[in-house]
Design a protein around this ligand. Sequence first.
Ligand SMILES: [Mn+2]
Length: 337
Amino acid sequence: MRDRARQIIDGIGDSNVIIISHWDTDGLCSAVKLWGYFGRETDLYTPPIGRYDIPGDEMDIFGGYDYIIVTDIALPGRTISRLSESAAKHVLVIDHHYHPDRGDAIYVDYKMPNGLNFYSNTLLIDDLLGLEGDIITALGLVGDYKHEIRNTELYGWVRDIAYREGLSIEDLYRLTLLIDSNHIVNDREAVYRAAHTIYEYRNSIPKLLDNDEWISKYNSIEEAIERVVGEASPDDSIVYHRFSSRYYIISKVGRRLSSIYRGKVIILVNDGFDDSYDQVYIRISGGGDVFPLIGEGKRRGYVCGGKWNVAGFIVPKRESMGFIEYIMGWVKANLVG
Ligand SMILES: [Mn+2]
């Protein structure tokens, strides 16, 4: 599949292409890498922020393209198959995430020779296209790993790449926060603009640290997070807080509350992000795991996911109170007793 995918990409020429990417730094840098390889910018699409699928009423966007490249986002298999019906030629999936259900398309293998997933999507693209890692690769990597990059064997490499540009790892880290502020304020147009801006500045990346538009968004996001964190108050074992924000900050608020109230279960609801659904979030730091809650969320048909200690759910507004009651009951029965 790898050689076939490479062949297809090399045959694209000036065909009509749209890239569907994740809205975060790694996703946008992946689009920028592809544009660099093509030597031109193509159309770009990202799903509504916070949703890992394409809404039905946006499917008609994809008619008329020869090639659709899905990158850094694990869209459901049925959505991929619908895209294949739209594309005149091929749908390529170049994504370093796990795909539990595959659609009808060409999927590029996302594992490194050591069996692990590529750490970032930008690394996967370099590997596929035979590109040398550069500052865009490193940005994608730091975007996905943040400070945890220090615990990977790529840390020295990232530091060297940054250094060559006159940047520190902290600078790179800050730049990923600035880029990510575009999706956190829930503005898809700004996300598209950001990708084109990164492409335009690909040979002078340090200048992006002075992007006033991104800086002011970042500052207003930080204020919003601090405000919500300050409003939350704990009981003996649980911090439950319901807030209303247009920003996609629920996981950052959760992480910060978890470091302030160590050992307590953090449960958050943001009812201000979307008109039709609430964001629901749980984070634990003691024993046990939240997998049964993710299972219950899936059983109810919610978009949800997470890891052993953290889970996020997108819950239709009229079901949200009931689901939160379920979570509370489950936490009391299984975690805090
Ligand atoms: Mn990624």
